[in-house]
Design a protein around this ligand. Structure first.
Ligand SMILES: C[S@@+](CC[C@H](N)C(=O)[O-])C[C@H]1O[C@@H](n2cnc3c(N)ncnc32)[C@H](O)[C@@H]1O
Length: 227
C-alpha cells in the first residue's frame, strides 16, 4: 500500500540503493531519463545561480554545471548516501556545493535565479514546496519541476501499467529496488502532481507552462516569478 504521506516512502525507496541508482534510472527508463534531463536544461535561461532540489547522485546537477560552468550551483537532498555519491563526482573546477536537507524545510540565506528538480514533486506537499521555492527564488526567476506522470492515452496507459507489472516482478530479483518498483506506479497514479503544482504556482502569481514528454510518461512544469 502507498502510505498516507509520500514522504514516508522516501527512506523506503532510497535508503539502501544509492550505488546502483544511476544504472537503474538509465535502464528502467530506457535511457529516457537522460533525454528528460536535457529537456529540463533547455528551459533554464542564462543565469548565475541554480538550486537543484532532490539532486540525488547529482546526475542533473552535473549536467547543469556542464551547461552553465560559471553559475553557482547548490544541490540539496534528504538522503545522505545519495549526496555522498554526488559529492564524489565533482572536481575542483565545479562551482557546486551540496547540502543535506529536506527541501520542504529549506531555509538558506541566499536566493537563486533558477530552481530545478527532477523527481521530487510526487514526494512533497505542493503548497509547502512551492512556498520554500518562492522564498529562495529571485524576481524573474524560474522553477522547473520534472517527474513521472501517468499517461492519459488509454493504449499508452495499458502499456505503462503492463511495464510496471513487469518491473514489479523484476524487483523480486533486486531486493534493494523491490519496494520502489512495487509502490512507484501507485504513487505516480495518485500524485496528480502537474495539476496540483500548476494550481499552487498560478495562485502565487507565476506564469506557468507544462510540457508532456514521452507520450505523457513524464512532464515538466515551469513557472516564472514576476519581477
Ligand atoms: C529518484 S531520485 C532523483 C535524483 C535526481 N534528481 C535525479 O534526477 O537523478 C529522488 C531523490 O529525491 C530525494 N528526495 C525526496 N524527497 C526529498 C525532500 N523532501 N527533500 C530533499 N530530497 C528529497 C531522495 O532522497 C532521492 O535522492
Amino acid at each position: 500500500m502507498v502510505s498516507e504521506s509520500p514522504k514516508v516512502l522516501v527512506k523506503q525507496f532510497f535508503g539502501n540503493n544509492a550505488k546502483s541508482y544511476d544504472k537503474v534510472v538509465r535502464l528502467t527508463t530506457f535511457g529516457r531519463d537522460s533525454y528528460w534531463k536535457e529537456e529540463i536544461i533547455k528551459r533554464i535561461d542564462e543565469c548565475k545561480s541554480i538550486l537543484d532540489l532532490a539532486c540525488g547522485t547529482g546526475i542533473l546537477t552535473l549536467k547543469i554545471a556542464a551547461k552553465f560552468p560559471e553559475a553557482k550551483i547548490t544541490g540539496v537532498d534528504i538522503t545522505e548516501e545519495y549526496l555522498k555519491l554526488a559529492k564524489g563526482k565533482i572536481t575542483s573546477c565545479h562551482k557546486i556545493s551540496f547540502l543535506l536537507c529536506d527541501a520542504e524545510d529549506l531555509n538558506l540565506d541566499c536566493t537563486f535565479d533558477c530552481i530545478t528538480s527532477s523527481y521530487i514533486p510526487k514526494y512533497c506537499n505542493p503548497q509547502i514546496l512551492i512556498e520554500r521555492c518562492l522564498r529562495h527564488l529571485n524576481g524573474g526567476g524560474k522553477i522547473i519541476l520534472h517527474d513521472f506522470t501517468c499517461p492519459k492515452n488509454k493504449a499508452v496507459r495499458f502499456l505503462w501499467n503492463f511495464y510496471f507489472v513487469m518491473l514489479g516482478m523484476i524487483g523480486f530479483f533486486v531486493p534493494s529496488w523491490k519496494d520502489t518498483f512495487k509502490h512507484l506506479p501507485k504513487l505516480i497514479r495518485t500524485a496528480n502532481w502537474v495539476e496540483q503544482y500548476k494550481h499552487v504556482m498560478e495562485r502565487n502569481g507565476l506564469s506557468v507552462k507544462v510540457q508532456y514528454l514521452t507520450m505523457g510518461c513524464s512532464s515538466i512544469l515551469a513557472g516564472t516569478k514576476k519581477i
